[in-house]
Write a protein that binds this ligand. Structure first.
Ligand code: KG4
Ligand code: ZN
Length: 338
């Protein structure tokens, strides 16, 4: 029911989740339907872009319809359509953008393109209705690793980024080499709970002093080298110990750099965003360090951390309020900067 509220229909299809959501007043989720393609891509050990695009095409209309039905609203009540238009897989993004543009044109509803990373950050506005910028945000996803300072709802300053692999990418690659399969993040998280994080001393990579950038590709190679050495020596490999030790090396660096960023910027609010924000060790260690320093940590529930359209709807609302609509020339940009 509309009840005089501003309603946003949002669409997300940047990778392997087809999702549609309806939000009231930008922050209240009326529906958030997510159709995951994980089962389809598992056989290939990762997301196959062409297959992802085809599945978005098959699933999109049904997902949008379900989101509208669950929210109990009609298209005539929708005030805004928000859609992810980058960064992501180009074919996958285009499915969402084409759907949003068609609906906008057919129904005369204003349209706004949303940066997927702003969407991840905005998941926190849904999870924490009282949260307002400015704050520090740690974005850890399959494609990105950034420390940013959000100065208002639509503006951010990038303080640090990965120079090679994104943290989720490192999790997925390491999971593959230790035989856990795809998607690697949640599987490493789970098995690491049974392992010893101090079993293998993987090097923590901090880069130059004062830098808030990250580098994870060396760690991935270190895991590979460890496995090769052990196999060649005929020793058995304890997968849980490798997972736990890898995870400890990743999380230690992320936590230290986040604390350094908080100190450098003087921010007392740290907000987590992206799929890897679902990681249990990262949540636990960040909470411990934040408590010691009097920093408030904001962590959305896992369903809002991984790709979903509700976060896109929230970001769309604030972008539209500040800058108005985009036109129907809206395009998809695989490398759209944060
Ligand atoms: O944000 P997201 O859903 O998609 C991108 O925009 O990339 O993030 C997906 C990434 C994958 O690399 C996945 O392995 C990782 O998040 N991930 C996790 C966990 N859950 C998902 N990584 C570590 N621990 C988890 N519990
Ligand atoms: Zn994402």
């Amino acid at each position: 029911m509309k009840d005089g509220k501003f309603l946003t229909l949002a669409i997300e299809s940047s990778c392997d989740e087809t999702s549609a959501a309806v939000l009231a007043e930008g922050r209240t989720v009326l529906s958030n339907v997510i159709s995951s393609q994980i089962a389809v891509h598992t056989a290939f050990g990762g997301v196959v872009p062409e297959i992802a695009s085809r599945h978005h095409l098959q699933n999109m209309n049904g997902v949008v319809k379900q989101a509208m039905e669950e929210a109990e609203v009609s298209f005539s009540e929708i005030d805004l359509i928000g859609v992810t238009n980058g960064p992501g897989l180009i074919g996958a993004l285009l499915m969402g953008v084409a759907t949003a543009k068609a609906l906008s044109f057919a129904r005369g509803i204003p349209l706004v393109g949303v940066n997927h990373m702003h969407g991840h950050i905005s998941a926190n506005f849904i999870a924490y209705p009282e949260l307002e910028p400015p704050f520090l945000c740690l974005i850890v996803s399959g494609g990105h690793t950034n420390l940013v300072q959000m100065t208002d709802y639509n503006q951010c300053r990038v303080l640090g980024s990965t120079r090679d692999d994104a943290v989720g990418e490192a999790y997925d690659k390491v999971a593959r080499v230790i035989g856990l399969g795809y998607p690697g993040g949640p599987k490493i998280d789970k098995i690491a709970a049974e392992g010893n994080p101090d079993a293998i001393a993987f090097k923590r990579v901090y880069l130059e002093k004062g830098s808030l950038d990250f580098s994870f590709s060396g760690l991935k190679t270190a895991v590979l080298n460890y496995l090769n050495t052990e196999r060649q020596a005929g020793r058995s490999i304890n997968t849980a110990d490798v997972a736990a030790s890898f995870q400890a090396a990743v999380v230690d660096v992320i936590v230290d750099k986040s604390m350094e960023a908080a100190e450098m910027t003087g921010q007392s609010k740290l907000v987590l965003a992206g799929g890897v924000a679902a990681n249990s060790r990262l949540r636990r260690d960040l909470q411990r360090e934040c408590s010691l320093r009097g920093i408030d940590l904001y962590v959305p529930q896992p369903i809002l951390c991984t790709d979903n359209a509700a976060m896109i709807g929230c970001a769309a609302y604030y972008k539209y309020k500040a800058f108005g609509p985009d036109d129907l020339y809206l395009d998809a940009y695989p490398d759209l900067a944060i």
